[in-house]
Design a protein. Structure first.
Length: 262
């Protein structure tokens, strides 16, 4: 199982939100590049980043920071937050980002998601954020009537293979991930799932890894606040995520799986 340390970007700084509320943000680093370099130094091979300004306003404000991070590390980087046009998808991929994460447009414009999947293949994934099992959009400001699993099925049908699944009620709370819902998403949709939200202990990672060991298609886990607050070290988290099968997840855009624009 892969581990994705997270950097959330707000006005060029690395921050963490509490349950997705912009007004409840804590600045962890003035320069996110330093954070990214430290993650890589400690052994991380993957990085998850969210442009919070883009997610909440639809207007990206952190491209220069993203560009600097991409140019400073060799980690594979996935970025989400306010990506709502094909132009924006292309822009980020051309910046050197490995994968883009589409959120709100999966609900608002599934046709665009389908086109992006056709054009860029595995370099396009979808973020499904849920509150009480229902999909939340617009930076979690709006809850829809659509069940998260149903959105997952719809995304699978248009060619998406991987989703980041976040239980909003757990995000930033250090109360543990919603493993039951994560497993349900994987099993009922056939998607590969990256778990996000609430990871607070090494046992949380071991439990997710255990599900992956049993054959549940959990590609990885994202951890943010637990790392920043010192709940565990990145090295220990990497070990917990890898378990006894460190090769699991090698399908993450391996060299034999490069996707080129058609």
């Amino acid at each position: 199982m892969l581990l994705f340390p997270a950097i959330d970007l707000k006005e060029g700084k690395a921050v963490r939100l509490l349950q997705g509320r912009m007004e409840d943000s804590t600045v962890y680093a003035e320069d996110p590049v330093i954070v990214a370099k430290e993650f890589e130094k400690q052994g991380a091979e993957y990085l998850h980043m969210v442009d919070l300004n883009g997610a909440f306003s639809g207007k990206p404000m952190n491209d220069e920071t993203i560009r600097r991070i991409v140019g400073s590390v060799s980690m594979k980087i996935q970025v989400g937050g306010g990506i709502r046009t094909m132009e924006r998808i292309t822009e980020l991929l051309e910046l050197g980002v490995e994968r883009v994460i589409l959120g709100t447009i999966a609900v608002k414009n599934p046709e665009l998601v389908a086109e992006a999947a056709r054009r860029y293949g595995k370099r396009v994934i979808v973020g499904i954020d849920a509150k009480d099992g229902l999909v939340a959009v617009q930076g979690w400001a709006e809850t829809t009537e659509m069940r998260a699993v149903e959105l997952g099925k719809a995304m699978k049908a248009v060619g998406i293979q991987t989703v980041v699944f976040t239980d909003i009620s757990r995000d930033g709370m250090l109360q543990g991930p919603n493993i039951e819902s994560t497993v349900q998403m994987a099993q009922e949709t056939g998607l590969s799932v990256i778990a996000s939200g609430g990871i607070s202990t090494l046992d949380d990672l071991r439990n997710l890894q255990g599900e992956a060991q049993k054959g549940v298609s959990i590609e990885g886990a994202i951890t943010g606040k637990a790392l920043y607050s010192g709940a565990f070290t990145l090295q220990d988290a990497l070990e917990a995520a890898r378990g006894k099968t460190s090769g699991i997840g090698d399908g993450y855009l391996g060299q034999d799986q490069e996707v080129k624009e058609s």
